[in-house]
Design a protein around this ligand. Structure first.
Ligand code: SF4
Ligand code: SF4
Length: 471
């Protein structure tokens, strides 16, 4: 935070804290001190990066937070639950779920991996990314057929370093930046389109500015921009306007590039003839979908992955409640991660609102007849849930310990995912099959809502005690 004048504006704008101006200044001072771990800002930061963009002095308060994460990790390690999003770790989401994909989706994912391994030149690359590999059916929509020959991806590219950056894993993210430089060079890539807009922001902004990445590319854009282009040119033709009402979830990385991604999604929805009713927090003020609300539990607050899990459920529920309050029938997002986790939570907690990926929405409005997408999303949600429950059980078996410091991936080759033994695969598949019927069941929904109410009560008590003098 060099250049910081301690005005407090960054934390005043933090959607997680709701501080008074005086309290915001006090918290900034605490964050700049050795006692940073006592600050509610450190304890609750879900890496939305809003603070970074409001700082009038360009003193990079979000980068300070990431440095604090790194410092805390060096001293205490990273919480057990982080294994889920780190492809180098046994128990990561991809190793734990890819084998449960239907055969045609598994073949599709293997094709994406093989295209990288073959070394065949690809002037245009549609990077299928991290989270699309959890829901590959979204990449086989009719509307995306022209892009199929240039689709390639691998979890071994670490989602262009998005998650590792947010966890303050500087060495990991730097290694990913070098890896991507080499991959693009080797394949002769000139134009990258990312399925996940957050990865376009990583390639365009974060990796060059923070990790010195140099990509010899003519253009970097997101799938959303490709879709908008198709609609504007008349290459994608939606049916007659249905006048349906939707609300839009803006993911945290959509704030980069002046919020361009937020404008793109709204123009697409407008082109489809749908009406938008905004949530209380939208655009630059949008709240996290909830996925990153698992992050605070990986740092401060003990070893248990349960804290991360409850933070995640509370965050997802908060976003869904805001979405439902708009009266919209659909919650639309273009981020595959937000989409997957919001869908999971909507089904688990019995919410009325449906969650839809932007590409899926465009495909349906363009008249694609495929009808099984919601069922596929339910199946993937159950798989993810099984992986998360298994992680929590592993932590219990490990004697409630297991903080760790992840090693950076090699920067010169894409590392394969850790192999999952057959007996473990069988256990995960059985658990997923048991969990799946719970999605949409009133009993499960009541249990989940009860757990969230308890977490919110605990949060309120914590906030109250933080307001007391001397705390
Ligand atoms: S980081 Fe920027 S906004 Fe925050 S207190 Fe310092 S100068 Fe103000
Ligand atoms: S990154 Fe977001 S949650 Fe974290 S301190 Fe900044 S504004 Fe708050």
């Amino acid at each position: 935070m060099s250049g910081c004048v301690e005005c407090g504006l960054c934390l005043l704008a933090c959607p997680n804290l709701q501080l008074s101006p005086a309290r915001a200044v006090e918290q900034v001072r605490l964050l700049r001190s050795e006692r940073y771990a006592r600050s509610p800002a450190f304890q609750r930061c879900n890496t939305c990066n809003r603070c970074e963009l409001v700082c009038p002095e360009r003193a990079a308060p979000f980068e300070r937070m990431l440095d604090l994460f790194a410092d805390y990790r060096r001293q205490h390690g990273l919480g057990f639950g982080a294994r889920l999003v780190l492809p180098s770790e046994a128990g990561n989401l991809w190793s734990c779920t890819q084998f449960m994909l239907p055969p045609e989706e598994r073949a599709q994912v293997q094709t994406w991996h093989r295209r990288f391994a073959s070394g065949r030149r690809m002037e245009t690359l549609l990077l299928t990314d991290f989270y699309t590999e959890l829901t590959p059916h979204l990449a086989s929509l009719e509307v995306l057929a022209p892009l199929e020959p240039c689709m390639a991806g691998s979890p071994g590219l670490w989602g262009c370093g998005g998650d590792s950056h947010k966890l303050g894993l500087r060495a990991v993210t730097a290694s990913v930046a070098r890896l991507l430089e080499g991959v693009f060079e080797r394949l002769g890539v000139r134009r990258v389109i990312t399925f996940m807009q957050a990865e376009a922001a990583m390639l365009e902004t974060v990796l060059p500015e923070r990790y010195g990445a140099r990509f010899s590319l003519d253009s970097i854009s997101s799938l959303d921009e490709w879709l908008l282009d198709g609609l504007r040119r008349g290459e994608i033709r939606p049916g007659p306007p249905s006048d349906g009402l939707v609300t839009i979830h803006d993911h945290c990385m959509s704030r980069y590039a002046g919020g361009k991604a937020q404008l793109v999604i709204r123009e697409i929805v407008d082109q489809l003839g749908l009406r938008v009713r905004e949530m209380v927090h939208s655009g630059p003020d949008a709240l996290c979908c909830g996925w990153a609300d698992a992050i605070p539990g990986l740092f401060e607050g003990g070893d248990s992955p349960l804290r991360s899990l409850l933070g995640l459920l509370r965050g997802l529920d908060r976003r869904l409640r805001e979405a439902e309050a708009t009266g919209a029938q659909l919650l639309v997002t273009s981020c595959p991660a937000c989409h997957l986790f919001l869908h999971l939570m909507a089904r688990l907690s019995g919410r009325r609102i449906r969650v839809r990926h932007l590409a899926d929405l465009v495909d349906r409005e363009a008249g694609s007849p495929r009808a099984d997408r919601d069922e596929r999303m339910d199946a993937r949600s159950a798989d993810i849930l099984a992986a998360a429950v298994t992680t929590a059980l592993d932590w219990l078996r490990a004697g409630r310990k297991g903080r760790f410091d992840p090693r950076p991936p090699p920067s010169d080759r894409i590392e394969p995912l850790p192999h999952l033994p057959a007996d473990r695969q069988q256990k995960l598949a059985r658990l997923s099959a048991r969990l799946r019927p719970a999605l949409g069941q009133p009993v499960a929904a009541r249990a989940v809502r009860g757990a969230i109410a308890a977490v919110r009560l605990a949060d309120a008590a914590r906030s109250l005690s933080a307001l007391l003098p001397g705390t």
